[in-house]
Design a protein around this ligand. Structure first.
Ligand code: FPP
Length: 258
């Protein structure tokens, strides 16, 4: 990726451009219906401050809530956040334990606030034996509380893997007895975790890493990708606004010509 794929105005300090405002973004063009974020860089943010990695995750909560606020200001209907991957179980046991408790307490702390704002909360991922029951319980409570909200759908990708999602869809195809001649993109798509959800228009990954890391592999086929050096705990709605302005500059061709 070239540096033009980075978020403009995202670097604090001398020479940084003015923060982008929601009104600028809305005046500039249409906003993506679905934005997905890889919230990366919490550990590095903490290490740079001499803090344990877990403090970085804790600091990421404010960034998450501010990104949700920003998305609401722009009228973004779908926001998907990568909170824990099927590969993140490989992290040190203490960190995994912390992340399970953190995600549970984050829901307990924030679900009423998100509900009041008209946000529907959903979870994409596997509900397998590794996810503690108390976390599943909190997830179910959050889903039930917010299920009728439609202002925005916030999907937390939790114990999520793009390959696992495709495997699960194929398992459903087989379980449904679909013959090989009837297997097409529609048949697979309709068996993904949330077939009602449009594919992401824009994916933002923070922390300077230029990878997809098993996020939404099927759904990202034609998404615009944007990478920023900002570490997740420093991410604020202005970075989202700047990312959307960059998105508005892109020409999407879906394999055709303009
Ligand atoms: C992918 O990178 C990134 C993620 C799966 C996001 C992980 C995010 C957290 C653990 C913190 C969540 C924070 C909040 C506020 C809920 P990777 O590190 O899994 O993959 P890589 O090894 O390819 O970089």
């Amino acid at each position: 990726m070239s540096t033009t794929d980075r978020v403009p105005g995202s670097h604090a300090g001398a020479g940084a451009s003015e923060p982008v405002r929601a009104s600028d973004v809305l005046a500039n063009g249409s906003v993506p219906a679905h934005v997905a974020c890889v919230m990366d860089g919490n550990g590095r943010w903490a290490s740079a401050r001499g803090l344990p990695r877990t403090d970085g995750h804790a600091a990421g909560e404010a960034a998450l809530l501010d990104a949700v606020e920003g998305a609401l200001e722009l009228g973004i209907s779908w926001l998907t956040m990568y909170a824990f991957s099927t590969e993140n179980w490989r992290r040190p046991a203490d960190e995994v334990r912390y992340l399970m408790g953190f995600n549970e307490s984050l829901l307990a702390r924030r679900r009423d606030e998100l509900h009041d704002k008209g946000v529907r909360i959903r979870f994409a991922g596997r509900r397998d034996w590794r996810v503690p029951r108390r976390v599943l319980k909190r997830m179910d409570e959050s889903i039930a509380l917010t299920e009728h909200n439609r202002r925005m759908t916030l999907t937390m990708a939790f114990n999520y893997g793009g390959r696992a999602e495709i495997v699960d869809a194929v398992r459903r195809l087989v379980a449904d007895g679909v013959p090989a001649s009837k297997v097409d993109e529609r048949a697979i798509r309709s068996r993904l975790y949330f077939p009602d959800q449009p594919d992401p228009d824009l994916v933002v990954r923070t922390s300077g890493e230029h990878r997809i890391s098993n996020f939404l592999l099927w759904e990202l086929a034609y998404s615009e990708l944007l990478f920023t050096d900002v570490l997740w705990p420093d991410f604020r709605r202005e970075h989202l606004f700047a990312a959307v302005v960059e998105f508005q500059r892109r020409q999407r061709r879906y394999g055709g010509v303009t």
